[in-house]
Structures are given as structure tokens and as C-alpha cells.
Design a protein around this ligand. Sequence first.
Ligand code: ATP
Ligand code: ATP
Ligand code: MG
Ligand code: MG
Lengths: 258, 258
Amino acid sequence: MGEVIAVVSQKGGVGKTATAVNLGACLSAIKRRVLLVGIDPQCGLGKCFGISPGDTRPGLIDVLRDGAPADEVIYRVHPRLPRLDVIPANVDSMTEEAEFRNLLDEEFTNFSRVIDQLRPSYDFIFIDCPPRLDMPTKAALMVADSYLVPIQCEFASMATVGGTLRGALEVKRRLNPKLAIFGFLLTMADRRARFAITVVREVRQYLKERVFRTIIPRDPRIAEVPHRQAPVITYDLECPGARAYIQLAREILGARIL
Amino acid sequence: MGEVIAVVSQKGGVGKTATAVNLGACLSAIKRRVLLVGIDPQCGLGKCFGISPGDTRPGLIDVLRDGAPADEVIYRVHPRLPRLDVIPANVDSMTEEAEFRNLLDEEFTNFSRVIDQLRPSYDFIFIDCPPRLDMPTKAALMVADSYLVPIQCEFASMATVGGTLRGALEVKRRLNPKLAIFGFLLTMADRRARFAITVVREVRQYLKERVFRTIIPRDPRIAEVPHRQAPVITYDLECPGARAYIQLAREILGARIL
Ligand SMILES: Nc1ncnc2c1ncn2[C@@H]1O[C@H](COP(=O)(O)OP(=O)(O)OP(=O)(O)O)[C@@H](O)[C@H]1O
Ligand SMILES: Nc1ncnc2c1ncn2[C@@H]1O[C@H](COP(=O)(O)OP(=O)(O)OP(=O)(O)O)[C@@H](O)[C@H]1O
Ligand SMILES: [Mg+2]
Ligand SMILES: [Mg+2]
């Protein structure tokens, strides 16, 4: 049965979408079946695979609004990654964005039913969330088994971890008692910057073994993903970013087997 | 009379707070009176000056909720920048965050009255917004004369500019007809990455003269601001990031005089 993991952080630009896309791809390359679900109305996840809201292709909003069957919005996204599927949000405008948030709020049971139906077909289901903790992210935390928090190796991002943790614990206390920590992931570690070393040390002191051992370096090849519309391992297996996400996938699978 | 400028982008981590803090500081160093207002419940702006929500010091939420006088929440933040004032959001928890959004929604006239009272005392009032366009950002766009959109020199950020522009135009059409474009600012341009050159070219083709000529480079000295709790020009006037924000301030003042 698939584990449902919400990728969350109130801080913007810390690598939530990059992690969902690249970790998902690496896990699927190591024979796990992975589904990525986009609930960020910015549609960053879909855009990383060439699926844009302007396309006529349906997305999650069509499932929630019109009851479209889930398998009509599941896209197989890369020929060399047959075990990686994506459900884009495909929200097209400000009005649809507000409607989408309301649908996740008022029709939460619909969203949770769809996710539960999909669980048996996947080993991991990652939900890519926008940089906020209210709706739509709240719906992801309500339906998830656990949450993954990327922490950019910079002071600004480190300062917001407490807020994200408190917010997730509040959802756990009031709405989803099973919600556990999947892990904290240090991202965009810039070897040239002295402060990255300070941030890594302080985050490990504060969060201890809940922080993955693997650190994702800042690597321009990762930033090409939205342009190449494919995960980094499909165009560069050797770059530092790809190696790190592969190592992270192995670390996660290693921990799971035990 | 002060110009009120909302610093907005739905994309997270593109340099909204860094621009409000460092551009504000540079303008105040060139003899302009500048006020920075934080409405991001993450309190990133306040944290850049050592004002944390955990402090007992009041913030904007106290003005909106309890009618505290605005001058009780204005902080003079740096001895060498006497013309730079800050009003932090100082929102302390998830519940206060929801309350803050509601206050800006239901008591919008209160917020707009406070901003109007402050206008005569400043040349520029920058409102630092969270990475979203609904409340609280919507209130900033409703009260602002114009808006500044930082665009990180990466594909993911470029892909969201259309959405931010559409959202702002919708507020202009329905709620604030005077809302104009202050400008688009290219940030975190990484000289090493080939894609930065592509992004700069494409953004200039698409937005033309609405893009500032000045480009802010990626500079680790800028990322130290939340740790040093002061704008970059107070600790390094010569680094590429400080020079770029000084140049941007001159470009803005040059354009204004004409
Ligand atoms: N390891 C990395 N090295 C270099 N660039 C990266 C890395 N990870 C992500 N990026 C780039 O940094 C930017 C922010 O990453 P991303 O969009 O994944 O963050 P996010 O947390 O999803 O942002 P948002 O809060 O807007 O949803 C993007 O341009 C992305 O391509
Ligand atoms: N020119 C720059 N060079 C290097 N780092 C920068 C630059 N500008 C901002 N940063 C750093 O990048 C990160 C994101 O910047 P910042 O927090 O200002 O963005 P934001 O748009 O306000 O984010 P959010 O969407 O979370 O509000 C921070 O760690 C900041 O210190
Ligand atoms: Mg994202
Ligand atoms: Mg910010």
C-alpha cells in the first residue's frame, strides 16, 4: 500500500517541486511505483513535465469539480520512467484557483476518496504543495500519512522551519492523528557559501535524526528541469544534483526495508 | 506624498523580502524617507531587522485588531539608516495568521486608513507580500499605487510571471483602478548558469521597458541579511549585490525625476 507524503514548507522557493519531481523519478527508476499529485495552483509540478494549465488536458480540479474518474487525469510522463505517474492540478485562472481551494475544503471527502482509491497502485504518492499551510495545503496534510519538509541551506529558510512544524502538528492534533514526519531535507547547499555549513549544523542539532543524511547541493542542472520538462536523471545522471537525489532515494528505501 | 508599492509574486523564494529590505535601505541612504510594511505572516521582513513575532513588541496585527496607533508599531531599525522605518507583521501563530488574513479582509478600510495616514511622512512605502495573490496580498494590491514583481533568473520563476500579472490586473479591474506597474526586477542572476542569459532575454522580450535595466546578481552576501539582521549596504558596500541595489535605487530615482 502506498505511503502518501505531503511535500510542504511555508517558505517559498526551497525546492518542494524540485524534490517531488526528482525524488519521485529516482524512486521510480529503482523499481518503485510513484505518483506525483500537484495541488499548487501555480501548476509548477505539471509544468515540469510539459503539462500546462492552458492545455485542454484535465487535471485534479476536473476530478474534484465534475467527478471525472481519477484515471482520466493520470499522465504517464516519460518513456524511460514507466513507473512514474503525475496528476497535475491544471488550474487555469484566479477564479479557478479560488474554486480549487473551496473544492478541497468543502469536498474534502472527495479528495480523500480519490487518494485512497489510488493507494493500492503505488508505493509512494507525493503531493506537491504551495508555500502556505492553509488550503489547499491543509487538505494534503489531512490526507497524508507523513510530510517531507525541504529546508534551503540559507538563513531565511531555516527561520521558518519552526512555523511549518507547528502548523503540521496542529493538523495532526485536530484533523489527522496518523500524520508523521517523513523527514527534513537540506536543499540547495552552496559549497561556496560559508553560511550553508552553519545552517546544516544548526538544522541537524535542532531536528537530529529526522534530517536525511543526504544533502542536495545547489546544481544549475536541477534548475533546468522546468525548461527540459523532465527530471534531471533523464538528461544527466552524473551531475551532483542527480547523484544526490539518487542517494536520497536509496537512503529512503534503505530505511523503509528495516 | 509617498508612493505605496506592493512587492508581489506568487512564486516563492524569488527575492521579494530581499528586494524590499535592500532597495528600501538604498533609497533611504540616498536621502529618501522609506517605510517597509510586512504583511507576510512568515514575518520574513521583521526577521531581517531582528524583530521576531516571539518578541513582545507589537506589529501590524495589533493595529488592525486592537486599533493600536500606527506610530507604536513603527521601528527605526538601523542607526546609520535614519530614514528607514519598518512595520513588522508580528503574527505569532497559525491562529493569529488566520485572524490577520480576516482582519485585512473584513477591516480593509482600517488597513487602508493606516496606510493613507502614513503616506505624507514617506517618499516610498513598500509592502512585502507572501507568495500568494489572495489575502493578505490582495489587501496590499488594493491599497497600493503600484506593484513590483521580482523575477528570479530561472525557468520556474519565469513561468509564473503571467499568472502574477493576470492576478494583479484582476485587482486593478475590480478593486483598485489606479494600480500601475512599478516594474519587473530580474534577481539572483547566476553568471555561471547558461539559462540565466536565456531567462533575461525572454523576460525583456515579453515585458519590454517595464523591466528595470538593473539586474540583481546572485550574491551570497545578500543571503546573509536575515542572519546579520541588517541590509547588505550596512556591512558590505562593495559586493555585487549591494552595488546592484544601489544602482537600482538610482535608476528608480532617475526615472522618477523626469
Ligand atoms: N538543488 C537545486 N539546485 C539548483 N536549483 C534548484 C535546486 N532545487 C530547486 N532549484 C531551483 O530553485 C527554484 C526553486 O525551486 P522550486 O520551484 O522547486 O521550489 P518550491 O519550494 O517548489 O517553490 P514554491 O514555493 O514557489 O512552490 C527553481 O527555479 C528550481 O529550479
Ligand atoms: N540576490 C541574491 N543573491 C543571493 N541570495 C539571495 C538574493 N536575493 C535573495 N536571496 C536569498 O534567497 C532566498 C529567497 O529570498 P527571499 O526570502 O527574499 O524571497 P521571497 O520571494 O521573499 O520568498 P517568500 O516567497 O518565501 O516570501 C533567501 O534565503 C534570501 O536570502
Ligand atoms: Mg513549488
Ligand atoms: Mg518573503
